[in-house]
Design a protein around this ligand. Sequence first.
Ligand SMILES: *[C@@H]1O[C@H](CO)[C@@H](O)[C@H](O)[C@H]1NC(C)=O
Ligand SMILES: *[C@@H]1O[C@H](CO)[C@@H](O)[C@H](O)[C@H]1NC(C)=O
Ligand SMILES: *[C@@H]1O[C@H](CO)[C@@H](O)[C@H](O)[C@H]1NC(C)=O
Ligand SMILES: *[C@@H]1O[C@H](CO)[C@@H](O)[C@H](O)[C@H]1NC(C)=O
Ligand SMILES: *[C@@H]1O[C@H](CO)[C@@H](O)[C@H](O)[C@H]1NC(C)=O
Ligand SMILES: *[C@@H]1O[C@H](CO)[C@@H](O)[C@H](O)[C@H]1NC(C)=O
Ligand SMILES: *[C@@H]1O[C@H](CO)[C@@H](O)[C@H](O)[C@H]1NC(C)=O
Ligand SMILES: *[C@@H]1O[C@H](CO)[C@@H](O)[C@H](O)[C@H]1NC(C)=O
Length: 547
Amino acid sequence: MEKPMYGKFCSQQLWFVILVSFSLGVVLLCFDYSALFGSDNGDVLVLNNYENGVTTTVDSESNHFSGNYSDDDDDIIAPLPRNPLVVVVNQTDSVALEPTREKKGVVEVKDESDSSCLGRYIYVHDLPSRFNEDLVKNCHLFTRGTEQNMCPYLVNLGLGSRIQNHEMVLLNDSWFSTNQFLLEVIFHNRMKNYKCLTGNSSLASAIYVPFYAGLDISRRLWGVRTSDRDSSAVDLLKWVAGKPEWERMWGRDHFLVAGRISWDFRRQTDNESDWGSKLRFLPESKNMSMLSVESSCWNNDFAIPYPTCFHPSKKDQILQWQDKMRRQKRNYLFSFAGAPRPDLQDSIRGKIIDQCLASGSACRLLDCNYGATNCDNPVNVMKVFRSSVFCLQPPGDSYTRRSIFDAILAGCIPVFFHPGTAYAQYLWHLPKNYTTYSLYMPVREIKDWKVRINETLLGISEDRVIGLREEVIKLIPKIIYADPVSSKSETLEMEDAFDVAVKGILERIEKVRELIREEKDPSIGFSDGDDYKYTFSAYGGELNVTI
Ligand SMILES: *[C@@H]1O[C@H](CO)[C@@H](O)[C@H](O)[C@H]1NC(C)=O
Ligand SMILES: *[C@@H]1O[C@H](CO)[C@@H](O)[C@H](O)[C@H]1NC(C)=O
Ligand SMILES: *[C@@H]1O[C@H](CO)[C@@H](O)[C@H](O)[C@H]1NC(C)=O
Ligand SMILES: *[C@@H]1O[C@H](CO)[C@@H](O)[C@H](O)[C@H]1NC(C)=O
Ligand SMILES: *[C@@H]1O[C@H](CO)[C@@H](O)[C@H](O)[C@H]1NC(C)=O
Ligand SMILES: *[C@@H]1O[C@H](CO)[C@@H](O)[C@H](O)[C@H]1NC(C)=O
Ligand SMILES: *[C@@H]1O[C@H](CO)[C@@H](O)[C@H](O)[C@H]1NC(C)=O
Ligand SMILES: *[C@@H]1O[C@H](CO)[C@@H](O)[C@H](O)[C@H]1NC(C)=O
């Protein structure tokens, strides 16, 4: 029963969890803890001992948040600040106080006679605020295990505070301290400016359900009973399925957007030691699609880019940045930003770090273990990535990392080691032919992996490097989320990651609609697992490097 459900990709994930859980005698939460703490580039491994409610950060890329918490944290209901988007501003961020940046909630419905909107209309459910705005207001409660809370990251409509002191590394006015897990908030705010919104759901091609699933679950991932982890999902789905829009396609024209990885919502049993909520296995949810920063192997999950810290509002800013990256001098052959995994001897990261150190000045290691702000600060990350020809992107605690998009942003050619890190994920945003923009060094068995990264990279011709880099730089507009306040795709004159995602989901729903028109059963395959999706064999090639 279990085997076909998990498939290869899934069973690897399971294997990883089980192995480490048993070998360390604790439950491994293999996902990212930094959601709550804004470890910008990082992957953090957290060991959670449910017995006494103590969380130990074994390996953190921003080491300022290891520590203790009590199981009662979630029960503390502090009085709500009246307007949290203002209250939380306690930094050099005057922009956050601008009234335009506080507009929220109300969706402005656009002119419905616009013919360019045919087939593109989206209806946004007006959810009770407990499913979204209240989570933002309660940002100060997301404090488990750290002094920090999420509030500073929620200013500027989820972009975080503006980066003022960027040492000339970044561009003025378009960089923010963005938390990598706030996609759901940024996406929702972008949607409020979407050109083809409609208030008439019968005109809509898609129904967006703006539930902040990631924020919701991040309060409950550690030491919380499964029934409590699932309660808001159950509540939400009951609400959504009770609306007249539901019956039209039994939810198949509905979509969610989550800022955390899909696995956080894919708990398969009610065993307390299993990870996450079962949002995506609830019957209504199975009929819906979900976009998130990392998809699972189920067909109704789609991956879209992590938000980086670059949120331009004008085309010029994008062109200026691309130009800067083209002209950038790159002194390092390759680099890696991340932390070792001392407790996972077999981790590819250990090998990569060893090889980086053995390569002397050819490789730059940005060690996220030292200095809390090392990898939190996009200035540091961009300084390293823009000076490197290649950026190594091994899987972290899950398959994907925001660092992939930081690399692309810096014009640094990404090097992947597992198909689940990008190729099988960002199908709408990255080219199908992955050899055009990246290098692939698959690692099936770490113990058998003998590739010398430095020598392999040195063997790549200058022409190929130039071609790859130009492709990477061309991808930049598509992987960034423009500033939700001032930008619409029309004013940006370029498609950003939001536009590409909207197009992707509209096409997906249109395909389902076609099936219904042809009187075929749209449920067939809709939420099935696809074992093949993230396997190495799907992405052939031993070392796909053309020298
Ligand atoms: C965690 O709690 C233990 C026992 O109460 C204490 O000794 C330790 O200093 C605490 N650690 C932190 C980081 O607060
Ligand atoms: C604002 O930040 C400063 C320095 O980070 C801190 O000392 C102060 O207590 C903060 N104020 C509030 C209201 O949080
Ligand atoms: C960017 O900001 C810095 C410091 O605020 C200023 O010195 C510089 O002139 C600005 N650059 C541009 C291109 O506006
Ligand atoms: C909504 O759109 C439908 C289909 O075009 C139309 O028949 C209906 O009158 C519209 N409803 C409102 C309230 O405008
Ligand atoms: C729950 O999971 C743990 C660890 O994976 C396992 O030891 C236990 O037998 C499971 N319990 C049930 C009821 O399946
Ligand atoms: C899901 O869709 C099917 C039709 O394909 C429908 O029969 C079923 O009731 C839907 N599930 C829910 C919970 O609405
Ligand atoms: C390449 O890396 C290996 C270790 O993986 C090291 O022994 C070798 O000296 C390096 N070669 C160069 C040219 O840096
Ligand atoms: C993929 O791109 C490479 C390099 O640009 C090219 O040589 C190859 O033919 C392409 N493969 C396919 C299947 O299009």
